[in-house]
Design a protein around this ligand. Structure first.
Ligand code: ZN
Ligand code: ZN
Length: 255
């Protein structure tokens, strides 16, 4: 599977784009500002969107994407998310005030967007032997991560989360885990802020990494834009033996 990074920053400005990845040209994982860089023809190939949670930096392009491609699709864009996330987005965005309710428009029987509720532990088949499973996460709103299984090896993405025991237990039990994309928003000095807002620090990261049986590639995302270099320096000290690398827009992971 080809996993391309459209956005992986903790904020915007310059070349920074917020969280969004595209899998095999047809499946989006989160819908941050990176989606806006796709060509129109690339957008038309998207069949499914999997959201981690309802925060703006992960969903902001979904309404615009639906608007851009809806008229040109002869099918509905499927959006998978926790029931609470679906509820938040329908109530606060697709409400005919902030944005048209494309879950009922242009026609109730053939809307442009269809939400499909997803629970932690649920697995959805993508194509061939590929599948995606929702992983537990601990954030300030209901949130999940994802485990992508190509049928060959696995890639895990944490979404936004602080240390989450169930997330690391699942990764620890995964025999063919080859890549982990993990958020690390805060400096260690702000561990209380990280716990309160549901984000990671380098020390919390090490606590999780110690539970992995093997050494997959560790990719760091969602760094606070104000402290990117300082946070990466901390991670490279604390988590040195795992050789963590900062993820960048445009990176492609084959697995
Ligand atoms: Zn968040
Ligand atoms: Zn975020």
């Amino acid at each position: 599977m080809k996993f391309k990074i459209l956005g992986c920053s903790g904020g915007i400005g310059g070349k920074r784009r917020t969280t969004s990845f595209i899998l095999d040209d047809s499946v989006l994982i989160d819908c941050g500002t990176g989606v806006g860089d796709l060509t129109f023809s690339a957008m038309l190939k998207i069949s499914d969107v999997f959201l981690t949670h309802s925060h703006q930096d992960h969903i902001c392009m979904l309404p615009m994407l639906a608007d851009a491609i809806g008229e040109n699709l002869d099918r509905t864009l499927k959006v998978h998310a926790l029931p609470q996330t679906v509820d938040f987005i329908k109530t606060h965005i697709f409400n005919n005030r902030v944005w048209p309710d494309y879950t009922k428009l242009p026609r109730v029987e053939a809307p442009w967007v269809r939400f499909i509720p997803l629970e932690v532990g649920e697995t959805i088949l993508l194509h061939d032997a590929a599948k995606i499973t929702a992983l537990a996460a601990r954030h300030s709103v209901p949130a999940i991560g994802y485990l992508l299984d190509s049928g060959n090896t696995c890639l895990a993405f944490s979404g936004d989360t602080t240390y989450c025991k169930a997330f690391w237990q699942t990764l620890g039990a995964c025999e063919n885990l080859s890549h982990v994309i993990i958020e690390n928003t805060f400096l260690c000095a702000n561990v209380e802020g990280a716990r309160r807002s549901g984000h990671m620090t380098a020390q919390l990261l090490v606590r999780g990494l110690e539970q992995l049986k093997k050494k997959p590639f560790i990719h760091i995302s969602h760094l606070d834009a104000n402290f990117e270099s300082a946070i990466m320096r901390e991670i490279k000290v604390f988590a040195k033996i795992w050789h963590p690398m900062q993820l960048h827009n445009g990176d492609v992971i084959d697995f």
